[in-house]
Design a protein around this ligand. Structure first.
Ligand code: RFL
Ligand code: PHB
Length: 387
């Protein structure tokens, strides 16, 4: 089959692939995005909800902030709940003026797709059997059922279960993996959020989180077992358990979606093989407790877009050569924060009374020491890029 040609072939239309495509298009670099699923599927997939301060700014600066600023919820604090008390951390005063934006990942995805289509930039949905060829040489090639592309560089933005990472020979990459002995049962409900800010609760019965998508839609999570049987969870049981763990009466409403999310930390290194560069969940995943997954995906593509510009416009490979190391520094710090938040807030099977007292002492410390609260806040709103 005759191949078409582009500069950058992007695999996956999640936040990483779409944002990379947008930044490259703005810089005048040709790119094609290939997505296995349908447009409807990727626009309806409910996932992350918290954007770090700089991500909201990047969206604004690149012309994508209008709907986010109208419909998103700007948050200046979060609360930690334990031992029947709630403690608010003022993220904005602790971080020197920063905040987070509560705006669903699928809304970011919708905005990016709408913009891409308006720009007339190529985006192929339902691209089946995508395969990467010649990634070790200067002219890589991507083929799928019904098409093929010659390109300069491939960006593997196809998530944790994609084909990009396994396209790198196993002996050329190292995986760092940790699986947690619990999962989250998440619901999306048509109900007024009981608090206008997020509440992370550490309870004897397990972790719970109150979040939201709008003033009328709540997003709530409960720690559960990794093999939890959802059929055992009636709506009544879910609401009662959430209310007990959060220590709060919850306005109830129809549950629109229910699901179980596994908790895992994973990093692959390096994030490059020849002309293939991995970004986002294709290279790393974090447990959702620190709200870092989508933000890390955005951080990778911010670095990758600048490196690709230097390479494809000015012929300088230095930034591409340091891409993996630059990203991994931030990624490991986000891994540390996510694992720490997870350990701070969850109940571990076999946790003894001593371990629980240590956890409560740490929660007490974080909510009473400005130094400790500052460390949490600067990570939560997003670490600076030069650190
Ligand atoms: P995605 O979003 O998984 O997108 C990858 C895309 O690649 C496509 N694909 C392929 N396309 C072509 N050919 C193939 N062979 C392909 N294989 C896969 C897929 O269909 C998909 O469209 O990865 P990306 O772009 O790296 O984005 C990462 C984020 O989605 C992820 O990190 C976050 O959702 C994680 N996460 C959170 N992150 C945050 O920053 N803040 C949060 O508050 C937050 N909460 C969460 C979360 C993830 C959750 N779940 C369900 C895992 C809460 C939950 C419950
Ligand atoms: C969400 O709103 O889905 C959400 C918020 C904070 C997290 C994880 C998920 O830490």
């Amino acid at each position: 089959m005759a191949s078409e040609r582009t500069q950058v072939a992007i695999i996956g239309a999640g936040p990483a692939g779409l944002m990379l495509g947008h930044l490259l298009t703005q810089a005048g670099i040709d790119n094609v995005i290939l997505e296995r699923q349908s447009r409807d599927y990727v626009e309806q997939r409910i996932r992350a909800g918290v954007l770090e301060h700089w991500v909201a700014e990047l969206l604004r600066d690149s012309g994508l902030g209008a709907r986010m600023d109208r419909e998103g919820l700007l948050h200046h604090g979060i609360s930690l709940a334990f031992e029947e008390q709630r403690h608010r951390l003022d993220l904005t005063s602790l971080s020197g003026g920063k905040s987070v934006m509560v705006y669903g990942q699928h809304e970011v995805v919708k905005d990016l797709i709408a913009r891409r289509l308006a720009d007339g930039a190529p985006l192929v949905f339902e691209a089946a059997d995508v395969a990467l060829h010649e990634i070790g040489g200067p002219r890589p090639r991507v083929a799928w059922r019904g098409g093929a592309l010659d390109c300069d560089v491939i960006a593997g933005c196809d998530g944790f279960h994609g084909i990009s990472r396994p396209s790198i020979p196993a002996e050329r990459r190292q995986g760092f993996d940790h699986v947690y002995p619990f999962a989250w049962l998440g619901i999306l409900a048509e109900s007024t959020p009981a608090s206008h800010e997020l509440i992370y609760a550490s309870h004897e019965r397990g972790f719970a989180l109150l979040s939201m998508r709008s003033p009328t839609i709540s997003r709530l999570y409960l720690q559960c077992s990794p093999d939890e049987d959802l059929s055992q969870w009636s709506d009544r049981r879910i609401w009662d358990e959430l209310s007990t763990r959060l220590g709060l009466a919850l306005p109830e409403g129809p549950i629109l979606q229910k699901g179980v999310t596994a908790m895992r930390s994973y990093v692959t290194a390096p994030m490059r093989h020849g002309r293939l560069f991995l970004a986002g969940d294709a290279a790393h995943i974090v447990p959702p407790t620190g709200a870092k997954g989508m933000n890390l995906a955005m951080a990778d593509v911010r670095v990758l877009a600048a490196a690709l510009q230097a390479f494809l416009r000015d012929g300088s490979a230095a930034l591409l050569d340091s891409y993996s190391a630059t990203c991994l520094r931030r990624i490991w710090k986000a891994q540390r924060f996510s694992a720490w938040m997870t350990g701070l807030l969850h109940r571990y099977p076999g946790h003894d009374a001593f371990s629980r007292r240590l956890q409560l002492a740490e929660l007490d410390y974080v909510t009473s020491s400005t130094a400790a609260a500052t460390a949490l806040a600067e990570n939560y709103v997003g670490l600076p890029f030069d650190s």
